[in-house]
Design a protein around this ligand. Structure first.
Ligand code: ADP
Ligand code: MG
Length: 451
């Protein structure tokens, strides 16, 4: 779609032309009409789809440059993302003179920010923790705020920023436009929408609108454990849940996979609550690529993007089968569901024949030499949590203050009453551990260990 079909100012159109933004991206085409009408909106589209300009154009067109007050606030999960957003906003703002965009992130000098704020700004881009600090100290006022943007809302939720966001919003006027941008879309995102938005329009980039797409393959094999390794080596899934029918099988399978250099954890009814939690946290934050589970143990497990489900044991009944495989291929991403059976189970497997299910022979599968599955992240446990008033921003701040670690190295942050879990990209885990162990978080020392 051409930008000129939208009710945009001539200056904005000329600038978009100069930037060689010849046409809207799909998400911009869907979102901009609503944004320009000042509606609340949830926009979901994958990374790189042009979400920044979607809200950026809206913010800038609504801006009253002569009114030198904060009119828009964009909250981002990390300093790096805030920098990127501010950069894109500045490019989009080139056509209007004197628009002041200020970045407020943790890890930067608070005093310097105080100085900048005393000269006022039109648009603030920042991380929730630092923005909240300025609001509490009254160095920032949202009295004239018109539009609030939650960018990368899913990532902010992942990083445990919900409380900070809620507090920031308590400073914002009720009459405002709230825009929520996210790469994924699930119940959690919907929940914050309900809390913070009014009658939000939901838009998704059309390529993401596809229904669940799950490739279903059945393999007849004689050695399931060995076949499983070959399957992983062939399909190279990012993350997998493998279902067994008994907890003994779950435990044994995890051990056998570990011997084959595949990082796997089992979850079953025999685990203590805290052990169960340790496993679930590690799987959800990408510190463990393979989870072995029984149906009961997997109940209530909500993983956003799961590339593969394996029925190591055929389930008792088609309903359980459907339930199991429905965990992959969500939000338009393609998923693979594989079921294993041995010769003596042919009759049971036959019940699944038909539809678009493929039946193949596992003997054609081979394992690649030296194949292993290692996690992208490693989890650090901090012996401190909500009861210690520890927040995601504090942990992020402690990790990134000296800049040898950036926000990109940090994954999901989960904060419980007395413990916090932080996923760190594997290659940075040593630096991160030292930093937390020998440094301080919120001027306090905490015990820290690798899970
Ligand atoms: P997202 O936030 O969805 O991950 P970005 O907003 O960072 O994506 O945009 C990705 C890239 O696309 C940026 O480099 C941006 O300048 C560029 N871009 C955005 N909109 C357009 C457009 N309409 N035409 C061409 N490039 C665009
Ligand atoms: Mg973005």
């Amino acid at each position: 779609m051409k930008f000129s079909t939208l009710p945009l100012s001539d200056e904005m159109l000329q600038n978009l032309d100069a930037l060689e933004y010849n046409e809207t991206t799909p998400i911009q085409a869907e979102a901009l009409p609503h944004i320009l009408q000042k509606k609340d909106l949830i926009a979901q589209a994958k990374t790189g789809s042009g979400k920044t300009a979607a809200f950026g154009i809206g913010l800038l067109e609504a801006l009253d440059v002569k009114k030198f007050r904060v009119q828009s606030l964009v909250l981002c999960p990390t300093r790096e993302l805030a920098d990127q957003v501010a950069k894109e906003l500045r490019r989009l703002a080139r056509f209007k003179h004197n628009i002041k965009i200020l970045i407020l992130c943790g890890g930067e000098s608070f005093g310097k920010q105080l100085g900048s704020l005393s000269h006022q700004a039109h648009i603030i881009v920042g991380t929730p923790g630092r923005v909240l600090k300025h609001l509490n100290k009254e160095s920032l006022s949202l009295e004239n705020l018109q539009t609030l943007v939650l960018d990368e809302a899913d990532r902010m939720l992942d990083m445990g920023f919900i409380e900070e966001i809620e507090s920031v919003l308590s400073f914002a006027p009720k009459e405002r436009q709230t825009l929520l941008f996210s790469a994924t879309y699930d119940d959690e995102v919907l929940e914050i929408s309900k809390k913070f938005q009014d009658d939000a329009v939901i838009v998704k980039a059309s390529q993401d609108e596809l229904a669940n797409e799950i490739e279903e393959i059945f393999y007849e094999c004689s050695d399931k454990a060995d076949t499983l390794v070959k399957l992983f080596s062939t399909y190279k899934p990012q993350n997998v849940i493998v279902f067994t029918n008994t907890k003994v099988a779950a435990k044994e399978l995890a051990q056998s996979l570990q011997k084959n250099k595949i990082d796997a954890l089992a979850i079953h009814g025999d685990l203590e609550q805290y052990e169960r939690n340790d496993v679930l946290v590690q799987f959800a934050n990408k510190s463990c690529p393979v989870l072995i589970a029984t149906d009961v143990a997997a109940r209530g497990l909500d993983i956003k993007e799961l590339s593969m489900v394996v029925n190591y044991d055929l389930p008792h009944g088609v309903e359980t089968y459907t339930h199991r495989i429905g965990r992959t291929g969500r939000a338009g991403a393609k998923g693979i569901a594989i079921s294993l059976y041995e010769a003596f189970e042919i009759e049971k497997a036959d019940e699944y024949k038909g539809a678009s299910r493929e039946f193949l022979d596992a003997h054609s599968l081979v394992a690649q030499e030296g194949f292993e599955m290692k996690p992208e992240f490693i989890t650090l446990v901090i012996e401190g949590g909500k009861k210690d008033k520890l927040r995601a921003g504090d942990i992020l701040g402690a990790l990134t203050a000296t800049k040898d670690l950036t926000g990109d190295a940090i994954g999901k942050i989960d904060i419980y009453d007395r413990q916090a879990y932080v996923a760190i990209q594997s290659k940075f885990v040593d630096i991160a551990e030292k930093k937390l162990k020998y440094g301080q978080i919120k001027k306090k020392k905490f015990s820290v260990w690798v899970l």
